[in-house]
Write a protein that binds this ligand. Structure first.
Ligand code: MG
Length: 375
């Protein structure tokens, strides 16, 4: 039972290369399965979310974060009667363009590209992966995903000004994306705000008292857990509070988005696209609670003293290897050398590095930079 404003697979703008229909999977289900079977998806297992795996196997990786975003997104899509298969596909693909070493890897690549008058953007890189780099079919390059999935990859987290990105004009940059894509930015944040509190506490990098003092929504549910389970150890009350906080965020996003849809009067995907603002949103009170949690994680975890060496390492490794291949382009794999006939060396090197897992880039750094330095 889809809402009138849900994306219908029968109305999809389709694939670049037409394909016959599948007997028992619709086009969005097939796109979801293409993502799951993609090489870039498997590599998420070995890409940093916040903590490098060197610290502990218990912490989220890009892959387990992605699975959590998909779980949360499906729940919300079902409650709002949106297209669950499209939402799930967009959730599974949302981080596929991330380089190794999480945010620091992304930052280092962007800085390296800026020195060559270019830039790195993980959403644009994700589109390059699914359009060109995944090679699974003899008949065409890329995964040949439907328009709605490619559009969602570009537009789920923010708007790109049409004047700055003429090459993306087919993605209707002057319009809002459908609700299925709008949701992903919020479910991504629900997933990482709660998971990073969890992993940060488990890693003993953030303290219970500090979370309770600076994240009021967490404290409220921690008090509730203390009243209901007075004798249990802190970790179990922590888990209980975090679970209730996650549930609060999800429920609020469902309820407030439903309210905004109702108040806006939109009835169709076309009207969602032409509505002056995005309709998927938290209520003002919950949005403040969300922002407080994010702010706490920013100052106490992401930019903490304890994570600084790990981040500096990641940035240095990306910086060193980028510089190395600018000097020695003939050291790149053959397929990347061929790509240089059409694109700048900086872009090709950026693509190569962005695709790497944490382990792979660490090995290459040892082989090409550290060994060279000790000779
Ligand atoms: Mg994410």
């Amino acid at each position: 039972m889809l809402a009138s404003y849900a994306v219908r697979v029968e109305s999809s703008l389709g694939r670049r290369y037409p394909e016959p229909p599948h007997p028992y999977r619709d086009d969005f289900q097939r796109d979801r399965d293409r993502i799951i079977h993609a090489r870039a998806f498997r590599r998420l297992e070995n890409k940093t979310q916040v903590f490098t795996q060197r610290l502990s196997d218990h912490f989220r990786t890009r892959l387990t974060h992605t699975i959590e975003v998909a779980q949360i997104s499906r729940t919300i899509a079902a409650a709002l009667h949106l297209n669950e298969s499209l939402v799930e596909t967009l959730a599974l693909v949302h981080d596929i363009g991330h380089p190794p070493f999480g945010h620091s890897g992304e930052q280092a690549l962007h800085v390296a590209m800026q020195a060559h008058g270019e830039s790195f953007d993980h959403n644009l890189h994700a589109l390059r992966i699914v359009e060109y780099f995944e090679q699974r079919y003899a008949s065409h390059p890329g995964l040949n995903l439907t328009f709605e999935v490619r559009e969602g990859i570009i537009k789920h987290s923010h708007d790109y000004a049409p004047a700055d990105y003429p090459e993306l004009s087919e993605y209707l940059l002057d319009q809002r994306p459908p609700l299925e894509a709008q949701l992903i930015d919020h479910t991504d944040e629900i997933a990482y705000n709660t998971a990073d509190l969890d992993d940060g506490y488990e890693a003993r990098l953030i303290k219970l008292d500090d979370i309770r003092r600076e994240v009021p929504i967490f404290d409220r549910y921690f008090r509730e857990a203390e009243r209901e389970f007075p004798g249990v150890r802190d970790k179990l009350k922590f888990n209980e509070a975090l679970k209730r906080m996650l549930n609060h965020l999800v429920t609020d996003l469902i309820d407030h988005t439903a309210l905004r849809i109702l108040n806006s009067g939109v009835q169709s995907v076309e009207e969602i696209r032409h509505y002056p603002e995005r309709l998927a949103a938290f209520s003002p009170a919950t949005d403040q609670a969300r922002a407080e949690a994010k702010q706490f994680l920013n100052s106490n975890l992401y930019h903490s003293e304890s994570l600084r060496p790990q981040k500096a390492d990641g940035e240095k490794i990306v910086h060193d290897l980028f510089g190395y291949w600018i000097e020695h382009p003939s050291g790149l794999p053959a397929s990347y050398q061929r790509q240089m006939e059409k694109e700048t060396p900086a872009r090709v090197i950026c693509d190569y590095i962005a695709g790497m897992t944490d382990n792979y880039i660490l090995d290459l750094h040892k082989k090409l930079i550290e060994k060279g330095a000790t000779k």
